[in-house]
Every structure is written in C-alpha cells, then in structure tokens.
Write a protein that binds this ligand. Sequence first.
Ligand SMILES: Nc1ncnc2c1ncn2[C@@H]1O[C@H](COP(=O)(O)OP(=O)(O)OP(=O)(O)O)[C@@H](O)[C@H]1O
Ligand SMILES: [Mg+2]
Length: 267
Amino acid sequence: MLDLRNIVKVFDPGTVIAHTALDHLSLHLDEGEFVTIVGSNGAGKSTLFNAICGTFLVDNGSIELDGINMTMMPEHRRALRIGRVFQDPMRGTAPNMTIEENLSLAHSRSTAHPLSFAPSRKQRELFRDRLAQFGMQLEDRMKTKVGLLSGGQRQVVTLLMCTIVTPKLLLLDEHTAALDPATAAKVMEITKQLVSEHHLTTMMITHNMSAALTTGTRTLMMDEGKILFDITGKEREDMTLERLLTMYSNSTSQVFDNDRMLFSKNR
Ligand SMILES: Nc1ncnc2c1ncn2[C@@H]1O[C@H](COP(=O)(O)OP(=O)(O)OP(=O)(O)O)[C@@H](O)[C@H]1O
Ligand SMILES: [Mg+2]
C-alpha cells in the first residue's frame, strides 16, 4: 500500500546548519494498517509526513502509494489521495465558511466537477448523517461558521473532511495534542471509529505513549531521521513506556527529549 524506499531529506544542504532530517528511511505499510509514531522532538516525524504529502521533494528515494509512484508528484495532486490532520485546530478548515460548505468543498474532490462549496440536498443529507454519528450535535450546526467552533469540534470537522472521500492514506500529526483531556479522548474515539469503519491505512504521530501503544496495531519509534524501533504483535502487547525508554537509551547516545511524552503517560 505505502512504500517508502531509502528516503533522504537534508535541510540547508552545503551550509554549516545542514541537517539530515530523514536518513535513508524505508517503510512498508499494508492496506488497512494503523501505525502510531513516537519519537523525541526533532526526530523527523512531521518531516516524514511532509515528505509523503509532497511539501518538498525528497533528495533521494521513492514514495509509492497504492501502486502509484508519487515521488515527483506535486503536493496538490497528492492531497487528493491523502488526508492530513494537524495539531493546530485552526488548520484544515476554512473559518469563514460554514460546516456544510467546508464538507462540500472536501466532498467535491470525488466528483468530476470543479471545487464547489454549495452543497446539494443529497450532500447535505450525507453530511448530516455522518456528523450525527459522532454524538456532538454538529449535525444541528451545519450552517455555523467553522471559526466559531471549539478546537475539538474543528478537529472533528477536519477529520470528516479528510475521510468524506475515502483517502488512500490518513496522516494524523498530534491531532489531539492541543485539546483538553476529555475532548482529546472524544476526538480519539471518533478517529478510531472512522479508521475502522472505512478501513483506512493510517499513520498517527502522538506524544502520548500509552495511546501509541494501545491504538492501532504497530508502533514506530523514530530517532534522528530513522526508524529506531518497529514494534508489533506480542512485543507490542508487552511493551511499557519504561521498557521503550530503556530500549531507546540503550540504542542511541541521544537524551530522550520530549517532555510532553514523559509527563503525559497517564493521559
Ligand atoms: N523546513 C525546515 N527547514 C529546516 N529545518 C527543518 C525544517 N523542517 C524541519 N526541520 C528540522 O528537521 C528536524 C526534524 O523536524 P520535525 O519537525 O520533523 O521533528 P518532529 O519529530 O516532528 O518533532 P516534534 O515532536 O517536535 O514535532 C528538526 O531538527 C527540525 O528543526
Ligand atoms: Mg512534529
């Protein structure tokens, strides 16, 4: 499904601040896999997502998604196949447009028509049904401007926008990190619901170690632009935060630099 082969990305090459953010990284994901990603600050997690989405072209290696080589594909074309939710609830939706207009814009990606934000009656029904599933009463606020919603409500609208046309790949970059614990839990529950309902191939970056080990089926730990550990099955079932950190300190000279992760074990 997703094949990354030998990806390299160097920022500011040839200067004193040259930095290898992705270092010959290879990864294969099967269809429907739900992978969580953890790692120290600056490990290259978001850069990996940027490479997949085409925010920049990689310096080396290839990126294939669902049989199509995307290595040189421009970002806007990859966006038709990839859904991405960021940490910041302000990203991903247009604040001055209503919920239904935002959803309509996302939905029009599936049609041959140009981008449109005036929903048809049929579309409106679809949006209402899908929003009602989440139990947040958003279906009664379809004509509310998205800018007036809470952070959690906006993340849910963004998630629905990303999945209203089933993407080949869903990328979640700490998408609950800016929310209060109760809202974060609700958004995670909705995320799992969407992933399982649409069998989405998903990658989720999180600083919440317990969520990383209990969500999905596989956990990657990144460090210095590489995948340090790829944990699945029984090994993952038995894994604890303490053990993972011991494994980390045994295999790198780096200090695990992610306070949020270390202090949020119980969240
Ligand atoms: N556009 C850029 N220009 C220069 N350096 C960059 C750029 N984007 C990222 N980097 C650097 O690449 C490295 C990896 O950054 P990245 O944002 O991928 O880390 P991360 O694993 O997502 O960390 P965090 O947990 O803090 O979000 C960092 O050293 C960062 O400073
Ligand atoms: Mg990041």
